[in-house]
Design a protein around this ligand. Structure first.
Ligand SMILES: Cc1cc2nc3c(=O)[nH]c(=O)nc-3n(C[C@H](O)[C@H](O)[C@H](O)COP(=O)(O)O)c2cc1C
Ligand SMILES: [Mn+2]
Length: 491
């Protein structure tokens, strides 16, 4: 297994710096500017990670880290996968490893750097920490965009630790937003509320990247994201009991809020709107459960991990982890010869590559992928000579192998969500959260695939061999132009 060598977020930032992918930004305003810089940087081909310091209104040393895992290379680094692999090879390595990961329980430690600074009771003021106002029409500042919400199931005792957004609602209040009542956080909170109790909760901002990846996984009921994160790292997550909540808190985290999620019968507050991962606003402000904060802890010179949703193709993870799940599901269903699965447009389009063995093989793969593609209107299946991670390659296949009158199917009433911008206001008001999906078979028709005109392009292996032999010649000129000639020192 590949090794993960970071211990915490700081260790990961050092690794990102070591591969030349970190930019330091001083003097940004957390109100709109920090989010704007993050969005512009994420739209460049290099998509650097950003460490903001000397934020307007805050002491130097209080930092915000964004675009953490937004490239394939940094997503691989977070998983401990060789960052020099091609994106598709890195996703394949993750898909294979994910299938065999053995959950690893956290270990208790007796000290934690986040206890270096604490505000309790009446001293609590979340305003002392930066909560960026990410996009112009957002309903307010969000301290949690990539934060982990910790809760304990009152029946099974297991710990859920996944990502839900957290909006600042005053000095000692935040709201925690569940997209739907099936989220583990929502299910657990409901159990406390139906017993007329508040739900103990902690919000972790600035955590181990393995926990960030685990917090996005759909894990079964009863399985803790802590155990999954430990499995990713190959080392258990270190936890310490929260002084107020008693919840096991990740000891290496940067910033933690402890408190209670109040029963909605007692209090709700308007939450959002918030720019969503589709690149649109999903809904106007809505009533949302409120966390009453009892304590705020943070490390010296804390680093908040920010992961705002942005207009696609920008996305939180540079490797499409949900495509890895679909790839596994195809294998489990017995669909052989799948050579790759990828998602583009921030998960809104799924592409499957297959080496066709029989009539219907491509459609079989596409239907399974379509069934498991959340919110994706487009599902494309390509032949194995096409790289599903390369959108230009996929479009070439669509325009040269798909006869629309024969090779596009529409599946109706399929899986989407209330965030879908193309569901009409009337349908949304009636509770509709489904849409239709187009399945595009951009493959050589199976019946005459051997008579299909051969392509003129090099095979991937041929291209690699050329690259290995001639890369110096091919790339040298542009590199020489990009760098000014070194000045000679006069003696
Ligand atoms: C950066 C980021 C932000 C997210 N924000 C939310 C959110 O505000 N509400 C929500 O319900 N899910 C959100 N999600 C998705 C959930 O974290 C994800 O579906 C997770 O699997 C839910 O965990 P659970 O099964 O324990 O409920 C977000 C995911 C990411 C990566
Ligand atoms: Mn969960």
């Amino acid at each position: 297994m590949d090794a993960v060598i970071y211990k915490d977020l700081r260790g990961f930032i050092k690794q990102v710096d070591a591969i030349g992918a970190l930019r330091r930004v001083n003097g940004a305003d957390p109100r709109f500017e920090l989010g704007g810089i993050t969005e512009v940087a994420a739209g460049t081909p290099e998509c650097p990670a950003l460490l903001f310091d000397r934020l307007k209104g805050f002491s130097p040393g209080i930092r915000v880290f964004t675009n953490a895992t937004t490239t394939p290379q940094r997503a691989a680094l977070a998983l401990g996968i060789d960052p020099s692999l091609s994106p598709l090879d890195a996703l394949k390595a993750w898909m294979a490893r994910r299938q065999t990961l053995a959950p690893r329980q956290p270990v208790a430690v007796d000290d934690a750097p986040f206890l270096e600074n604490s505000m309790r009771g009446r001293e609590v003021d979340v305003g002392k920490l930066p909560a960026p106002h990410w996009h112009r029409k957002d309903g307010g500042p969000f301290i949690g965009s990539g934060s982990i919400v910790i809760m304990r199931d009152p029946d099974g005792g297991w710990i859920n630790a996944s990502i839900y957004r957290v909006q600042v609602q005053g000095r000692n209040r935040v709201t925690i937003q569940f997209d739907h009542p099936g989220r583990h956080g929502a299910v657990i909170a409901q159990k406390y509320w139906s017993r007329r109790k508040s739900c103990p909760v902690a919000v972790v901002n600035g955590q181990d990247p393995a926990l960030f990846v685990a917090g996005f996984e759909y894990l079964p009921d009863g399985q803790s994201e802590y155990d999954f994160a430990g499995a990713i790292k190959g080392a258990p997550i270190e936890v310490i009991d929260g002084p107020l909540s008693g919840l096991p808190l990740p000891a290496q985290a940067e910033i933690i809020l402890e408190g209670e999620l109040l029963p909605p019968s007692k209090l709700t507050l308007p939450e959002g709107p918030f720019g969503e991962f589709t690149g649109y606003y999903g809904a106007a402000g809505r009533p949302c459960p409120v966390m009453q904060i009892a304590a705020v802890h943070h490390r010296d010179n804390p680093i908040l991990l920010g992961s705002p949703p942005m207009k696609p193709p920008r996305f939180h993870f540079g490797l499409p982890f949900r495509a890895a799940s679909i790839w596994s599901q195809l294998e489990i269903a017995g669909v052989g010869d799948v050579t790759g699965v990828w998602q583009h447009v921030a998960q809104l389009m799924t592409v499957v590559a297959v080496r066709q063995r029989y009539a219907g093989h491509a459609k079989r793969a596409a239907l399974i992928a379509a069934a498991n593609s959340y919110m994706a209107r487009l599902v494309v299946v390509v032949d194995d000579d096409v790289d599903p991670s390369d959108l230009a390659d996929v479009m070439w296949a669509i325009t040269t192998r798909c006869e629309p009158a024969e090779q596009i199917d529409i599946v109706r009433n399929a899986w989407s969500s209330a965030l879908d911008p193309r569901i009409s206001p009337e349908a949304k008001a009636a509770g509709v959260t489904s849409h239709s999906k187009a399945i595009i078979e951009a493959v050589r028709p199976f019946g005459w695939k051997d008579k299909y005109p051969p392509t003129s392009a090099l095979t991937a292996d041929e291209a690699r061999a050329i690259e290995a032999k001639w890369s110096g010649t091919i790339h040298a000129r542009s590199v020489a132009r990009a760098r000014p000639a070194p000045k000679r020192k006069r003696r």
